[in-house]
Write a protein that binds this ligand. Structure first.
Ligand code: 5RP
Length: 255
């Protein structure tokens, strides 16, 4: 029993190390290919973005790379500051050359689920100001269709007073079920950087949803601030694979 527990701990550690390596190679390659000096860059949120910021800082030292970095969250802002990169915002840089961000899932039509880290609103705003949204992820995020890999549902940021009616409305009109995301080291709900709540929508996996329509319809509901569905936004995704390769996927411009 003790031996089995120890073995499973070791296996978990190895898996985590290989996932981190996959994140790192995807992030480094994307930064190398998409970031040029003198440009403005949106900095996403999450664990994969840490490796992108790390690579930006390396290039700042080795090749004098100079970029204005616009954060998508408190976490991203801290990362920019800690790495000595130039912190900017959308007032100073309303148009960005590129935004580099992670994702919870990417389907074969380049529709994304984002917001696992709760930063979807600012991430979508920053992405919408960027000429190109570049996704960096490990191999577990690459799916044929949404929900194949990511089982926590689609995050929906909502105004706190409306979370119950929104939850009921979505369940009735779109199926599935919604859970109010709870905080981990605090009693009560998770409160976003914008003071809102998050509902994680576990949609009905047997249904064939039309994600552009669903996204539009969700945004029409009073009190819905933003959805974690990113449709027609990402230009290219970089997936770090377990064998050390990086696989890429591009959006078909005609979609
Ligand atoms: O959307 C996000 C945060 O709101 C993240 O990009 C997403 O959750 C992926 O995170 P990670 O890089 O840690 O896997």
């Amino acid at each position: 029993m003790k031996l089995a527990r120890g073995l499973s701990r070791i296996l978990n550690l190895v898996e985590k190390m290989s996932l981190n390596e996959a994140k790192r190679i995807a992030a480094h390659r994307a930064v190398n290919e998409w970031v040029k000096t003198g440009t403005a860059v949106g900095i996403g949120s999450g664990s994969t973005v840490v490796f992108a910021v790390e690579r930006l800082a390396e290039r700042m030292k080795s090749e004098n790379l100079n970029v204005a970095c616009v954060p998508t969250s408190f976490q991203a802002r801290q990362l920019i500051i800690e790495h000595g990169l130039q912190l900017s915002d959308l007032d100073r840089n309303p148009q960005l050359d590129v935004a580099i961000d992670g994702a919870d899932e990417v389907d074969n039509g380049m529709v994304l689920i984002k917001g696992g880290g709760g930063c979807l609103l600012q991430e979508k705003i920053v992405a919408s100001c960027a000429e190109n949204l570049i996704i960096i992820a490990d191999y577990t995020k690459n799916s044929k269709k949404l929900g194949d890999q990511y089982k926590k549902g689609i995050p929906i940021e909502v105004t706190p007073m409306a979370y119950v009616p929104i939850k009921q409305h979505i369940q009735k009109c779109f199926g599935g079920s919604l859970k109010l995301r709870m905080a981990v080291a605090k009693a009560g709900p998770c409160v976003t950087d914008n003071g809102n709540f998050i509902l994680d929508w576990e949609f009905a996996s047997e249904k064939a949803y039309n994600w552009p329509d669903v996204n539009r319809d969700l945004l029409m509901i009073a009190g819905v601030v933003e959805t974690g569905l990113f449709v027609n936004m990402a230009t290219k995704a970089y997936f770090g694979m377990s064998d050390g390769q990086v696989r890429t996927q591009e959006r078909n411009a005609s979609i």
